[in-house]
Design a protein around this ligand. Sequence first.
Ligand code: NAD
Length: 281
Amino acid sequence: MTERVVVVGAGQMGNGIAHVFAAAGHAVTMIDVSRDALARGRATIEKNLARQVQKGTVDAAARDAALGRIALSETMDPVRDADIVIEAATENAELKFRIFGELDAAAPNGAILASNTSSISITEIAARTGRPSHVIGMHFMNPVPVMQLIEVIRGLATSDETTTRVLDLSKRLGKTPVEVNDYPGFVSNRVLMPMINEAVYCLMEGVGSADAIDTVMKLGMNHPMGPLALADLIGLDTCVSILEVLHRGLGDPKYRPCPLLRKYVAAGWLGRKTGRGFFSY
Ligand code: NAD
């Protein structure tokens, strides 16, 4: 069964999510407020599909079919015909609350409204809609076409039926869903962000260079990427936002964002997406 899918946000996560849905045979519309972001998102999907063709994991006909299933929009109009919406806009609570209000007003009654948020409460997002039983977290990992996991987050009011539909759909994308409950940072970022933050403290205090810190974690702990390179991949602004959610939501000072992390964000050094973070790209 194929679904009519809308992805809100065409950034690094949104275009990856659109990519995997289109590749699995679903009709996808990617929405963004920025025309540039839509064009860049589509170009990224083309580039990533071309890489998959080169590797032999996708053939040319499947690539063309997937690209043919992706439409772009600068307005919310396509939400009117959606079976499921996945929101992957900027990590900002007020923005997401507003978007979910708009989605709730526009989407058909039975449609599922999912958020790819890294940390914002699914329960709180759901409470901004008239359909909290149909609101759920669908937390894809970066880069979406490559990573196997989808962390599926149940808000307090998320129904069993919505959860089952999303778990089934995730499997049909060829992914492995893991169901968790809604607490700040869920499981993934509750565990990951304190490690990244501690790595930034090590850098700030001069315990080691960025290279040294990442090499210790790669060779010593068998992590495929060091925590600082991973922070650059995620986006340092996104890391600060997630740490603030953990800090506020759990009330423990151990989650306070490292001042050096804030300083990089203030400088506009956001990681890979701006060409400079803890490393240069
Ligand atoms: P990004 O900055 O690359 O993209 C965000 C996009 O949202 C931008 O293109 C922006 O124009 C668009 N946007 C902003 N307001 C909008 C609106 N009102 N309507 C439509 N589009 C709007 O960010 P990203 O890294 O793709 O993150 C998106 C979401 O995914 C965040 O919630 C983030 O926490 C989550 N996430 C990120 C990662 C990661 O590794 N970067 C991993 C998992 C989840």
